[in-house]
Design a protein around this ligand. Structure first.
Ligand SMILES: NC(=O)c1ccc[n+]([C@@H]2O[C@H](COP(=O)([O-])OP(=O)(O)OC[C@H]3O[C@@H](n4cnc5c(N)ncnc54)[C@H](O)[C@@H]3O)[C@@H](O)[C@H]2O)c1
Length: 411
């Protein structure tokens, strides 16, 4: 099988490598020349794909900036970004660009699968019409499907191979071909009746997390007022063997998915005269968390008779989650901006992010800070050392639980 992958990021690159590891050939296309250049030289920009894995499949994996190289593949998987505009509305720009470029090279009999997370109706109403500009008819001359990506970067227990893969085809033949494609790299492929069902299933998964995180974040703010330890409450509730699922509070949601995807659904719902109030409220609560965190840092400094202005604040962990260097929508960046606006001198430490050029900062171990703030706790973080060496610590991840110290404050 020859598989084309459009968009070689967190989703596309591991998928391309997975096909190659099973002995198939992959042609990866990315419009970012730097990405293609790096991959050509065996350098990976995605943590889940180490350089060794790239090297091992280099004879079967071709990377390019040209869509023309997709003309000879059997199937094309599209995994381009689906971000928001400045007004927090879906930005289908990259997806439309990919569709238009693909139409120029689409061949009779090819299968095209969209994996980018998006609102229900995108594949059928937005993407397929662009492909049909080729003059080929969908479902007859070429085949189309949607299959949501469920990757969790940095995770090793659930991978592409052992996570069930949902597929919705434009028609029966499209579905059959898409199932066949994913069976090459996934143990379990779950067909659903339409691309819309597949599109919405992905959004449900993300909205479910967003709503539950917002709920526990709201509880954290209440606990802060009431002087109750929210971590203890969540841990206690989680001992119920049924009917409860544990979510942890934190400084806000980051990454490409959770802060973005619910807005795709809310926007689409408005076209159907429906307000998705839960979803929007969850987004609001989660977006408020970095502001709450800065308030809490200011309070901690105040307790030590220090104003925010002129204080040295060290942020520990700036990526949006542990174990990866992904900065997208990271609440740490917002906390840094807000602290600087209030006149704090901010530094940061993150083994996964050596520098933050837009903030003109380089990672350094927190020394002599007036306040050290744990925003993201990477697996190897020496929490005890931080508490021991810092004059004041604020922990937004609950990783200092079990440590008793007078200079310690937790969410
Ligand atoms: N990262 C995740 O954990 C994750 C999980 C599930 C779903 N998704 C979804 O998958 C999609 C891709 O996400 P990602 O994290 O891989 O993004 P990414 O930004 O890491 O990678 C996307 C790549 O697409 C390239 N690109 C942009 N426009 C292009 C075009 N017109 N043609 C070819 N290449 C183009 C970019 O240069 C980039 O390298 C998004 O819709 C996202 O919501 C991501």
């Amino acid at each position: 099988m020859r598989v084309g992958i459009v968009g070689l990021g967190y989703v596309g690159l591991p998928l391309a490598v997975a096909f190659c590891e099973e002995g198939h050939e992959a042609v990866g296309v990315d419009t970012d020349a730097r990405v293609v250049e790096a991959l050509t030289h065996g350098r990976s920009h995605v943590e889940d794909v180490p350089a060794d894995s790239l090297r091992a499949v280099s004879d079967r994996f071709q990377v390019s900036t040209r869509y023309a190289d997709l003309a000879k593949v059997d199937a094309v998987v599209v995994a381009v970004p689906t971000p928001l505009t400045r007004n927090r509305e879906p930005d289908l720009g990259p997806l439309a660009a990919a569709g238009t470029a693909l139409a120029g090279v689409l061949q009779q009999g090819q299968l095209v699968v969209l994996e980018s997370t998006t609102f229900p109706g995108t594949t059928r109403e937005r993407f397929v019409p662009l492909l049909e500009e080729s003059g080929l008819a969908a479902g007859k001359d070429f085949f189309a499907a949607f299959s949501p990506e469920r990757t969790d970067p940095g995770r090793t227990d659930f991978t592409l191979r052992n996570t069930p893969k949902i597929v919705g085809g434009l028609n029966e033949e499209s579905l059959r071909r898409a199932v066949e494609l994913y069976e090459l790299v996934c143990d379990e492929v779950l067909p659903v009746s339409t691309p819309e069902a597949a599109e919405l299933s992905k959004l449900l998964e993300n909205v479910f997390r967003s709503v539950n995180i917002a709920l526990v974040n709201e509880l954290a703010i209440l606990c802060d007022r009431m002087g109750i330890d929210v971590w203890e409450v969540v841990e206690a509730a989680a001992t119920k063997p049924y009917g409860f699922m544990s979510f942890k509070p934190g400084p806000g949601m980051g990454g490409h998915c959770l802060p973005v995807d619910p807005f795709y659904l809310a926007w689409r719902a408005r076209e159907f005269d429906t307000q998705t109030e839960f979803i929007e409220l969850a987004g609001e609560v989660n977006q408020r968390m970095p502001y709450f965190c800065v308030e809490k840092i200011a309070r901690a400094l105040n307790d030590h008779a220090k104003p925010v202005r002129g204080s040295r604040v060290a942020i520990v962990g700036v990526s949006y989650k542990p174990g990866v260097g992904d900065l997208r929508e990271s609440p740490a960046l917002k906390i840094i901006r807000l602290l600087r606006e209030q006149g704090a001198e901010v530094s940061y430490h993150d083994d996964y992010v050596p520098e933050l050029p837009e903030h003109r900062l380089r990672s350094e171990w927190p020394e002599d800070a007036d306040c050290t703030v744990i925003v993201t706790a990477h697996p190897d973080l020496d929490v005890e050392r931080i508490v021991r060496e810092s004059s004041l610590v604020v922990d937004f991840r609950g990783v200092t639980r079990g440590i008793e110290a007078p200079n310690l404050m937790r969410l």
